[in-house]
Each structure stands twice: as C-alpha cells, then as structure tokens.
Design a protein around this ligand. Structure first.
Ligand code: FES
Ligand code: FES
Length: 389
C-alpha cells in the first residue's frame, strides 16, 4: 500500500492505496464520488473524464498514485442541484442528455474546453469527439456547449461546489462493502465535522418533498410502548440503517443513516435532536439531518407516537416530513416516500419484537433486495388495484 495525498474538489485527502488502483476507482470507491463513470476503461469513451491540475484527463488511464500532489476536480464540484453551473444549466435546457452516462465526461471535457474562452467554434464537434454518447445524437450536447461558449467569451466561472468534506472509505482493494461501511462509520464518528457540524438541525420550513404516515398495530400496551419509544437512542436502533454513534448532550445525537436500494447506495452522515417528548400524548418529535458524501442532503421532521388502540394494544404511528436535496432528490420523491414507509413499517415490527422479547436487537440494515422486492410488490399491487377499479 502507498499513502497518497491529493486535493479533490478543493479538499485535501490522504488515502492508502494499492499502486494498481486507478484514479477513477479511487474517486468512486474510496471517496464516494461516483459522478465519474467507468465505461470502457481503455481511454476511449471519456465517461471518466476529470480535471487534473485543471486539464481534462481520463481517470481510468491514471493510477491514483500518479495523482499524488495534484488537484483533481470531478463533476460533483461543478454545481449543486439548486445552484447549477452554466454548463449544467445549458445541458438541461438543450436536452443534452438522456441516460446521463456520458454526461459527467461531457461536462468536464466541455469545462476544460471553454474555461479560458478561447474555443474554436468551427471545430467544436471535433473538440467534443473525445467523449462518446450512446443516446443523444449529440445535437443537444453541441448546442449546449455552443451556447455557453457564446455567453461566456471570457471563460467560465469556477466550479461552484468546491471544498465539501470528503470521507475516505475502506483500506483494502477491492474493499468489501461491509468493511468500507464500517470504516466510514468509524471515521464519521471520529470526525464531528462530518456529522452535527455539517448539518442544519433547525426545523425545516416550506413544503416538504414528501410526507409519510405509517401506523403499525401491536398488542403491547401504550405505556410500555411509550417507555421504549421515548428512549431515543434505543428507539433509533429499531430504525433499519440508522446508527447513532455519539451522544452530544442536550438530546442531540450524531450518527448516520444508510440506504441501499439496488444500485442506489446512500450514506448520510449527520445528526438528530429530540425537540419534544409529550408524555401525556405519548409522542416524541425530533429533527434529523444528514449529508451524503457526494453532497445530497435529507432533513426529516419526525413525530413518533404510541396511541392506544381500540380494544387494547397500541398504534405505533410514525409521521415524517422529508426535505431532500442534491443526489438524495434524484432518488425520487415517491421512491424516498416508499423507502421511508418501508423503514417505518419495519420499525413498527421491530418495536413489537423488542417488547415481546425484552431485547432491542443490534442496529439492523435495510436489506436492499428485500426492500426492492417489497416495493415492486407494493407497486404491482397498486397497479392491479388501479386496473381493477
Ligand atoms: Fe475512461 Fe472510458 S472509462 S475513457
Ligand atoms: Fe446516454 Fe450519453 S446520454 S450515453
């Protein structure tokens, strides 16, 4: 293993790597920057293009150790979802993408091409031919780049999202998923800036992207259920994928939430704070906020209650208002709602199990396969219902 220090998107990172690890694999698997895509791994398709010391480079053709001491800029640094770079705006306006696989390569190549404003319009297509697109027919891409070239004759603005915290994951290559997640959690726990310092625990205002309201009926009495629910660290262990690593005082907690759903792998490092425990209503309100290392954010305004059920037992009710940004928003509003509903359904079952056995299990993880299947089943059932009605 070799220790390599480089600056990625304005943040200095040091990682131990095998000398054979390519830069694109280091960015994707060790730093969680999955915006750079891997297509051919032969320097042909351009999907992996990043800037190395300001110049476009194929990150599949470069070893990470060769990037030691350089400044690497990836597509994640160009802009934010709510504050796109002009190139990203233009690609969107001109429909310069379909599946989006080639898009990071086109954006970074175009950035390199236009950054000092000296582009040769007549040779634009030729200049862009270093990136291959399988979908668009290139017209929208060329139009987008041409428009930005015309509107920025003196060069492009700098990337807008430099300097975000970056978590270095895993040490082995290839890193086993569990080991990488474990190390990521350890580092998150050891680095306060990745948690509470980096997130906003104020009550979100405005319209949430999605709201969920899940009720699970259990046989245990409400008093007993409330006893468990009001204990926030204990209760959180019943939320699959949620792992509180540190108590910060003042009913604030640092930790992370992991969501694995097929190819979507999001790990949100952040914090939560209990705002209110209402013993007479047996309800607890908390705010949770987390950021994914690629910049996506989720904030949730949670209300968990243990309501008496007619005829005995408890209705465990979990309500959440979800506020998504960045990559988390790409997750899709309704999918985020489905995931949250599934999470709270599992939570309700976990509460029942814990009260039956008297033991709160170790923190569990959302099982992607099972979750995906249950979502597919739920969608199919709703489709069948719609067809029948
Ligand atoms: Fe690097 Fe195709 S993956 S050029
Ligand atoms: Fe699909 Fe270019 S948009 S490969």
């Amino acid at each position: 293993m070799t220790e390599v220090t480089l600056t990625v998107n304005g943040t200095e990172v040091t990682l131990d790597v095998e000398p054979r690890l390519t830069l694109v694999d280091a960015l994707r698997h060790r730093l969680g920057l999955t915006g750079s895509h891997v297509g051919c791994e032969h320097g042909v398709c351009g999907a992996c293009t990043v800037l190395v010391d300001g110049a476009a480079a194929r990150s599949c053709l470069m070893f990470c150790v060769q990037a030691a001491g350089t400044e690497v800029t990836t597509v994640e640094a160009l802009g934010e979802v709510d504050d796109l770079h002009p190139l990203q705006e233009a690609f969107r306006r001109h429909h310069g993408l379909q599946c989006g696989f080639c898009t990071p390569g086109f954006l970074m190549s175009s950035y390199d091409l236009l950054r000092d404003g000296s582009v040769d319009e007549a040779h634009l297509r030729e200049e862009l031919s270093g990136v291959l697109c399988r979908c668009t027919g290139y017209a929208g891409i060329v139009d987008a780049v041409r428009e930005v070239a015309a509107s920025h004759p003196d060069g492009l603005p700098d990337p807008k999202a430099l300097g975000r915290p970056i978590l270095v994951r895993g040490g082995g290559v290839p890193a086993g998923e569990a080991a990488a997640l474990e190390q990521s959690a350890e580092r998150a726990a050891a680095t306060p800036s990745a948690g509470v310092g980096a997130v906003d625990l104020a009550v979100p205002d405005g319209e949430p992207n999605e709201t969920v309201d899940v009720v699970t009926e259990i046989d245990a009495p409400p008093e007993e259920t409330w006893e468990l629910v009001q204990d926030f660290p204990k209760m959180s262990r019943l939320l699959p994928g949620v792992d509180l690593s540190r108590e910060l005082g003042d009913d604030r907690y640092e930790g992370e939430a992991r969501i694995h759903l097929g190819p979507m792998r999001l790990t949100f490092a952040g914090a939560a704070q209990v705002l209110k425990r209402d013993t007479s209503a047996r309800s607890l309100r908390a705010i949770a906020a987390g950021r994914d290392i690629s910049g996506g954010g989720v904030r949730a305004d949670l209300l968990i209650s243990a309501e008496p059920r007619d005829g005995g037992g408890t209705r465990v009710r979990a309500q959440a208002k979800l506020y998504l940004s960045g990559r988390a928003a790409q997750f899709g509003r309704s999918l985020a709602g489905d995931v949250s509903r599934q999470l709270f359904a599992q939570f309700g079952q976990g509460v029942e199990q814990a009260l039956k056995t008297g033991e709160v299990a170790e923190p569990t993880q959302l099982r992607g396969g099972a979750l995906a299947w249950s979502l597919v089943r739920a969608r199919l059932a709703s489709l069948v219902r719609r067809i029948r009605s």
